[in-house]
Design a binder for this molecule. Sequence first.
Ligand SMILES: [Zn+2]
Length: 530
Amino acid sequence: MSNWIKAIFVFTIVVFTMSGWIFSPIQSKIDVLHYDLKFDLYPDESLLKGDAIITCLKLDKSAQDIMLNFYDNFKITELLLNDRKTEYSNTDNQLHIKYNGNEDTVKVEVIYEGTPKHVGLSGFVFGEINKKNIVYNLSEPDFASSWFPCNDIPTDKVLLDISITNDTSMVSVSNGILLETRTNNDRRTYHWRTRYPIATYLVCIYSADYVTFSDKYISQDRLDTLPIQYYVFANQLEKGRIDFEDHPKFIDFFARTFGEYPFIKEKYGVAEFLWQLGAMEHQTITGIGSNFITGKKYFNDVYVHELAHHWWGDAVSPADWKDIWLNEGFATYSEALYAEHVGGKKALQSVMLSKDKDEFKETLYDPGENLFSSTVYNKGSWVLHMLRRETGDSLFFQILRTYFAAYKYKNASTDDFKKICEFVSGKNFNKFFDQWVYKGTGKIELEFGWTVQKTSGSYNIRITTRQTQTGYDSYNFPLEFKFNIDSSTSILKTFFIDKRQNDFEITLKDMPHDIVPDPSNWLLADIKKK
Ligand SMILES: [Zn+2]
């Protein structure tokens, strides 16, 4: 997700606080295999009629019930377990269904209706624009259960059939591929299906009076043609055509950098919705707020960010929400990688410098309730940038490709990623992850000073560094200095900082008139001359 409000020249990070998790340990006792979801939408009454068939494995044979997450504000008109009526309760947003049978595969069908609650950043929305209805959702992290019963955790990835019925004037879009449309009098059904597993927070509906246009991307092996489909409101058509036209280039770049686009047998798409704070990486069909379609390509970074989530978040999903930087830090660094691809090293540096402006009060791993803080996005991207400096480019991109290949269509934890870093590079990353991910907060604060002693024919330079930050006692990192001799000559030299206070010496033939720390901006650090 990108949660940016970016006016034309202003860039603001909005920090959202999330609370009210509804996770329960009992959820690990089932493994959902498939959701067959049918939704009848009546936007004028804000009414959702749902029929959810959930096929799951009961992992704990001794459990006396099946527990699903499901908000308790709906009227359940029928509930069947393996096609038979059974006892159930729906309180505290949990659906407990009595079951003490022996079969390990269980089919639950819930038929229900009501108006979904507004929860989280947006939830399920019956909205209106230009006097026309639009229905959409934004469920991250655990609000899919506000509109259908599910095991609402990112690790229970599933296959999905989703049918959306609305008035014939409405185009209804979802994840995966469109299997069929059926029209019955003034109602039309769109049946979408995924052939790749999907996490519940990425399941989506968009239903509006859309106009559509399309493009395509040819896979790296040239065997697949991926349709790229765009859905916008009629008054945005020309702007959308301009803004979205670089998507084949974006996909091509990430496919070459990380590995082939992971949903190559389905589609990529973008649908306009009314969440005006940003965009959401719903699997194969990103939602983009109307504000981010300008006809002037102001928001390529947002489009790139959401597309990159299809590798980082959608294909490789987090093992836990404590690992959310694996989604957001990676998608944010992907913006920098694309900028570098287009504009070179200077563009990379300028994007990274724009992302070091905060205090980063939380730890990167387990940021508590601040799942969408700038720590998760911006410090997350800086950690990848510094990892790249530690490993060098070829190992860094090999790490990303190996991590993607190992965990695509599955879930990965921060420790899984660390293990891949160590496996590929042959280096120990305990200290790096300790200081940047698990324990340290904030950034490096460093003072440095230098003195010169002239000896026969050379200059002996002594540099002292002192770490002054409070968020972590003593960071280890390589620190480059640039010794400017005159306007056309400079010398680069890297020292390894491994203590709160370090001293280094270097002998130069010429007297430097200036010393610049970290001249290529590889460190998340405030460095001051004493
Ligand atoms: Zn994001």
